[in-house]
Design a binder for this molecule. Structure first.
Ligand code: UD1
Ligand code: UDP
Length: 356
């Protein structure tokens, strides 16, 4: 039995291709949902759209502080793994759910595979960095989305258990875009997502992001993460956000709608690790609202431009970058993240490593 442990939006996107590839190869699997994300449009919609079977259990560990959430997930995961005794646990990305799974499975001596191993932001204040480092060190086999991640793992002495498979999010992207109907040419827009703790935990920071949006002066569509909606309200900034003429705030959207939005984007404004990379699949350059290391290959070719909205020079440079942005045709997009067959490579590596 193989157990996948997931709990939030980006993990559902990463799970789908590997679940399907293992199913095709005839392996028995089940899914534990930590409950970290729980709204219908943050969880269920992804299972439906990506045809992932329902988790057999939901640990309802969402909400609360990092420690509360991680501890609650750990207690539930331990109970489930002790009862079902899987031969392999598969973890995804860098969230509290990922690290909870790693700590529990390692102590129960269950082999761990980590999907999306090796990205490093080189900044311990970023909560996900703690989760990534712990999970990579405790895992038995590592699947990396790009060459930069392999280099990072080498620096930590982890490269011998690492496999460069390419990015599994690209598998999902191709699978869905293959099935999507061609939509009529729609107006180009700027697509925005915003949810990082670093960008939602101070009023000044949130205000500076709103000013950046306003200064862009072109239509920005923002499917807003529930965390950000709550923080805007708590800081008394909700009316200010709603009053920005060029900003359209909508509820978080399912994956299919998100891809459709990115495909009509001339620019993506985000602090998301996943969305900043997907920008290169969909053909929109990216303004990244965090000052941490991120997808270095895309930064090096100036596909991703970092912006600190609280710094005047950085803000002005970002506005100039946005002014020049336009939707990039398929054959001019960079290709750093594999060939869209990451899941098949993972299955093969697991078989060759006798983990299946
Ligand atoms: C988490 C991950 C982050 C990932 C993001 C993907 C950690 C430390 N963070 O951040 O790495 O990029 O998921 O989206 O694991 N909320 C709801 N409904 C939901 C989910 C969340 O209302 O369905 C609200 C709750 O108030 C919750 C807050 O959002 O307390 C934050 O959620 P949480 O899962 O802690 O962090 P994310 O910002 O989603
Ligand atoms: N996404 C989505 N709907 C949204 C926002 C994001 O389907 O409203 C998708 C996005 O395309 C990507 C994943 O969710 O596949 C990224 O999740 P998120 O930005 O929440 O997390 P991160 O990648 O920062 O960990």
């Amino acid at each position: 039995m193989i157990t996948h442990i997931v709990g939030n939006r980006p993990q559902f996107v990463k799970l789908a291709p590997l679940y399907h590839a293992l199913e095709k190869a005839g392996y028995e699997q089940n899914i534990i949902h930590s409950g970290q994300h729980y709204d219908e449009n943050m969880s269920d919609v992804f299972f439906e759209e990506l045809a992932i079977p329902a988790p057999y259990v939901n640990l309802q560990a969402g909400g609360g502080s990092h420690a509360q959430m991680t501890a609650k997930a750990m207690v539930g995961i331990e109970r489930e793994l002790m009862e079902k005794k899987p031969n392999l646990v598969i973890l995804y990305g860098d969230t509290n759910t990922t690290m909870a799974g790693a700590l529990v499975a390692a102590k129960l001596c269950i082999p761990i595979a980590h999907v999306e191993a090796g990205p490093r932001m080189h900044c311990k204040e970023n909560p996900e960095e703690c989760n990534r480092v712990v999970t990579d060190h405790l895992s038995d086999i590592l699947f990396s989305p790009d060459e930069q991640s392999i280099k990072n793992l080498r620096l930590e002495g982890l490269h011998e258990k690492a496999h460069m498979t390419g990015d599994i999010m690209y598998d999902t992207y191709l699978e869905i875009t293959d099935k999507m109907e061609q939509t009529p040419q729609e107006e180009e827009v700027i697509v925005m997502t915003w949810h990082r703790q670093e960008n939602t935990s101070s009023k000044e920071r949130m205000e500076s992001i709103l000013h950046l949006v306003e200064a862009l002066g072109e239509k920005v569509i923002c499917p807003l993460h529930p965390r950000t909606r709550k923080c805007l309200t708590e800081y008394g900034l909700w009316e200010q956000a709603e009053a920005i003429d060029n900003l359209e705030i909508i509820e978080p959207v399912g994956y299919v709608e998100m891809v459709a939005l990115m495909q009509r984007a001339k620019l993506i404004l985000t602090d998301s690790g996943g969305v900043s990379k997907e920008s290169s699949f969909a053909g929109a350059k990216c303004l990244f609202m965090m000052d941490v290391d991120i997808w270095k290959d895309l930064v090096n070719i100036d596909w991703i431009r970092k912006v600190n909205p609280q710094n005047k020079e950085s803000l002005e440079a970002a506005l100039a970058f946005a002014k020049e942005a336009e939707h990039i045709p398929q054959d001019e997009r960079p290709r750093f993240y594999g060939d869209g067959h990451a899941a098949d490579k993972m299955v093969k590596a697991l078989q060759e490593g006798h983990l299946l």
